[in-house]
Design a protein around this ligand. Sequence first.
Ligand code: G3D
Ligand code: MG
Length: 187
Amino acid sequence: MVNTFNAKAVLLGDPAVGKTSIRRRYMGEGFQSSHLMTIGADFAQTKIMIDKDNAVTLQIWDVAGQEEFKTVRSRFLHHANICLMVFYLTRRDTFHSITKWMQDFWDVNPTGEIPLLIIGNKADLEDQIKITDTEMDQMVAMMKEMEHSTSTHVSYISTSAATGLNISDAFNRVAHQIIEIYLRTYK
Ligand code: G3D
Ligand code: MG
């Protein structure tokens, strides 16, 4: 008998950083997605086997339109237990937006232990990368220090939705982390 846990993951980050492309690359074109017109979001789900006893049904929420999203942010973020924070490795402004997006996340989800994965996307544009490894380490350290229990599992990965680099690793990582949290919390 396999225990199946449900988790809601939200893709956050500035427009055009690659949120929708990351989800598409991960799930393929054949995934089932449902558009929630009222909140300007859609979501799709997939099941990930963690080990022989445990699986997670990962529901991945993605904003469909930035403007609509602004008015309904809290419904989009409500009850999220995984945060996928995407920025664009070649655009410094999208990197600095991370703190703003995290504040939105924490405003809606002030408690709870959640995996926070910071995703530096478009790693394929190698010669245009602006964010150094040192800056990245500092950002992760800053997120860890923030006085939120939600920031317990902060980590970083660089991806490319264009080549597929690290895309499934990103989702697998947070799926493993959420199961570890669930098993520890609800044992
Ligand atoms: P969003 O959902 O965050 O708004 P999108 O972003 O997924 O719509 O992507 C915005 C643009 O970036 C798209 O280009 C997309 O093809 C491109 N993109 C996404 N991920 C990558 C990546 O890893 N590498 C490169 N080089 N481009 C990427 P278009 O031109 O279709 O608008
Ligand atoms: Mg999008």
